[in-house]
Design a protein around this ligand. Structure first.
Ligand SMILES: Cc1cc2nc3c(=O)[nH]c(=O)nc-3n(C[C@H](O)[C@H](O)[C@H](O)COP(=O)(O)O)c2cc1C
Length: 372
């Protein structure tokens, strides 16, 4: 018995299990550990400025000689939004008010703003975070560095396909709806990731179980990876049963020794149940599944609307930075999917990977016993 699919051939890997690009968390050590274990490690580079992204790619190459990927966001709404033409107050108009709202929350929670000594201030490299120029600067590095695999977490990599193809880069896109799957397929990419409502981070209104087969049916010959709530081998087997040819797994690898998140966030995952998350726009401005916290609940209770991306990040950024400095898992426990109730300990990524493979093989062989 050997878990294998077309995805292994396309990506040149042994097992069709891919580490989801999780912004900041899927760092070189974690991506390399998954690639070395026989899957595909994907760097969560969404928030990396261009020079940091280049360093991460080079660091990963030092840790593994196997293929790996890079995930960034290409949100169409950021490229298209022209708030000047909108009626009523623009997000920029509302920004000072929402910043005051955040400052009041910090005072109530006893969080002092993070003070940076001007002498020690490290300038962010590249254009302002999550602007169209920022996303474009990241793509330039991805093309210059000739990465083996590129994945767009939001949006359509279509405009960059010619250059990516010229480098031999394999291209994937994450979608949460059939119409998005059809859009990205028309760009001629290699693999589509269907990520359902159960998943951590930016996600779809459609549940994983319903989404995967509908995307599979819609995209014909293009292989699909299932994603969202897949946390053990049974979930891997289920995605394959639904027609996926592999999986894109995030939260299960968050509770790994290698993941680049705070220990208090890993503990929040271990402590959480299946009911512990909610979908909230309070961190990035786009709906994302997150472990419920005092910050997410404050917006609900006060009935205040978060701003769209990239503005909400300017509101939440100082709060998250102060929470991180003070180890406040009650304020920034982080993004995670609904499968985290299954996670009972922080373990090495290889152990998590091997168990996903073994569990899937066991579940699939049990399934054949159901046919009499
Ligand atoms: C902490 C965290 C950060 C994430 N950041 C990104 C990101 O930057 N880009 C992206 O495409 N998806 C991101 N996601 C979504 C994942 O790529 C993936 O689709 C999701 O984790 C799958 O669901 P699961 O967590 O239940 O396995 C993130 C998810 C988590 C949990």
């Amino acid at each position: 018995m050997n878990l294998n699919s077309r995805v292994c051939e396309i990506l040149e890997i042994e097992k069709p299990i891919v580490l989801a690009g999780m912004g900041g968390a899927s760092c070189p050590a974690l991506a390399a550990a998954v690639s070395n274990a026989g899957g595909l490690g994907v760097l969560g580079a969404a928030g990396c400025g261009p020079e940091q992204l280049r360093r991460w790619i080079r660091e990963t190459r030092e840790l593994t000689d196997k293929p790996f990927g890079v995930d960034t966001l290409l949100p169409a709404s950021v490229r298209r939004a022209n708030y000047d033409e909108m009626e009523g107050p623009t997000p920029a108009d509302l920004l000072p008010e929402r910043k005051d709202f955040a400052a009041e929350f910090m005072a109530k929670e006893g969080l002092d703003p993070v003070k940076v000594d001007p002498e020690e201030r490290v300038e962010r490299d590249g254009p302002p975070l999550f602007t169209a120029e920022f996303f474009e600067a990241q793509m330039e590095v991805i093309i210059q560095e000739r990465v083996p695999v590129y994945a767009s977490g939001l949006g359509n990599p279509g405009p960059w396909m010619t250059e990516l193809r010229a480098n031999g880069t394999k291209v994937m896109a994450v979608v949460g709806a059939v119409r998005h799957a059809i859009q990205v397929k028309s760009s001629g990419l290699d693999i589509i990731v269907a990520q359902g409502h159960d998943g951590g981070g930016h996600n779809s209104p459609v549940g994983t179980m319903a989404l995967i087969p509908q995307v599979v049916d819609a995209v014909g010959d293009t292989p699909v990876l299932g994603a969202g709530g897949i946390t053990d081998g049974r979930g891997v087997a289920a995605a394959l049963m639904l027609g996926a040819e592999g999986v894109w797994v995030g939260s299960a690898f968050l509770a790994s020794e290698e993941a680049n998140i705070f220990d208090f966030q890993k503990q929040a995952i271990v402590d959480s149940t299946e009911e512990g998350t909610s979908v909230s726009r309070t961190v990035t401005g786009k709906p994302a599944r997150i472990i419920r916290s005092k910050w997410t609940e404050h917006w609900v209770r006060e009935d205040v609307d978060p701003l769209p991306m990239p503005y909400q990040g300017m509101v939440s950024g100082p709060v998250m930075a102060a929470a991180n400095r003070d180890g406040r898992g009650d304020i920034n426990p982080g993004f995670a999917g609904q499968g985290i109730g299954m996670i009972k300990a922080v373990r090495p990524a290889k152990e998590i990977f091997d168990e996903l493979v073994y569990g899937a093989e066991q579940a699939l062989s049990r399934t054949t016993n159901l046919l009499r």
